[in-house]
Design a protein around this ligand. Structure first.
Ligand SMILES: O=P(O)(O)OC[C@H]1O[C@@H](O)[C@H](O)[C@@H](O)[C@@H]1O
Length: 301
């Protein structure tokens, strides 16, 4: 569907407007009485979300991001699916699965009873996806733009075999200064330290970032808080369906090496990801579905 057809079928006045975005990719601009947001249909990726009274966006979006078919957009909320991290079978398929590198379909747009906006994107298997991953699937991403950003990723298994996935909301949160940022509610939680030979460790105190951090926290709480002290705000993450959470910041060297980040961008974001990762694999029986949920709320001091 082209932009005109999308607007005709799914546009809602000035609240939901489809426009050609960077790299010619179709974007959805959302504006309601609670918040503004920007979504890329490519990747099924929320790129920006700002509640009306918030000064700064919830999400970090790299100025050097690629907007190109086949490449992931650096920032916002990339959807990692049907695997999290490197190819689990070591076949050289792209890291974090293939859905962040594909065009999704628009399924539905509506206004919620609280005057928020609901956008539903989706995807199903095709000959091409089956050549990468031989499974039938029906995937749905329900995005609610209101005073909070709510994301629900539903995987339905229409096939005749059990389907096993790992996945993530690989969210890049925008922070004022990483050196004045910490994450709470992970105290006394076991984690796999990907920067130190996948050693299992115990988190002592809040998570602070003073070097590269890449950790998979296990048996996590359903409430995590990012303290963005420089901006005098907290970001409250409430999740369902996950047993793991990833905290990632590349720090200076990797930030310089990544062509789609500015050298000092590591100061401006932290990824706190709602995941089914490592041993937190999801097995979906034929005919059933699984729902992963993340809700993000900004609390200003
Ligand atoms: O693919 P992106 O968006 O650059 O993110 C890469 C990072 O994603 C994180 O989720 C992983 O834990 C890291 O190991 C990885 O380096």
């Amino acid at each position: 569907m082209n932009i005109e057809q999308l607007n005709q079928k799914y546009g809602i006045g000035e609240q939901v407007v489809f426009k050609e975005g960077e790299g010619g990719l179709p974007f959805i601009h959302i504006k309601n009485e609670k918040a503004n947001a920007l979504i890329s249909i490519y990747g099924g990726q929320v790129l920006a979300f700002r509640p009306i009274h918030a000064q700064d966006d919830l999400l970090f979006l790299s100025k050097r991001a690629y907007y190109q078919q086949g490449k992931a957009i650096k920032g916002g909320v990339p959807i990692c699916w049907p695997w999290f991290g490197p190819d689990p079978e070591g076949k050289g398929r792209s890291a974090h699965g293939f859905m962040r590198n594909r065009m999704w379909d628009v399924i539905e747009t509506s206004t919620t009873p609280e005057n928020g906006t609901r956008i539903v994107l989706g995807s199903t298997d095709t000959e091409e996806t089956r050549s990468i991953w031989p499974r039938a699937f029906i995937l749905r991403l329900e995005i609610t733009i209101s005073d909070t950003l709510n994301l629900e990723l539903i995987t339905r298994n229409p096939g005749s075999q059990v389907c096993t996935i790992t996945q993530a909301f690989h969210t890049y949160f925008n922070v004022g200064d990483i050196r004045q940022t910490h994450v709470s509610s992970l105290e006394n939680t076991r984690y796999i330290d990907k920067v130190h030979d996948n050693l299992e460790k115990n988190q002592i105190g809040a998570v602070t970032i003073e070097a590269e951090v890449d950790r998979i926290y296990q048996s996590v709480d359903s409430n995590l808080i990012i303290h963005d002290t420089a901006r005098k705000r907290r970001i409250r993450i409430t999740s369902k369906g996950n047993r793991t959470a990833v905290v990632w910041n590349p720090w200076a060297k990797i930030s310089t090496e990544m062509a789609d980040l500015e050298d000092d961008d590591y100061l401006r974001f932290i990824c706190v990801e709602t995941t089914n990762a490592a041993t937190d694999r999801v097995h979906i029986q034929p005919g059933s579905e699984f729902r992963l949920v993340a809700n993000y709320r900004i609390e200003q001091d």
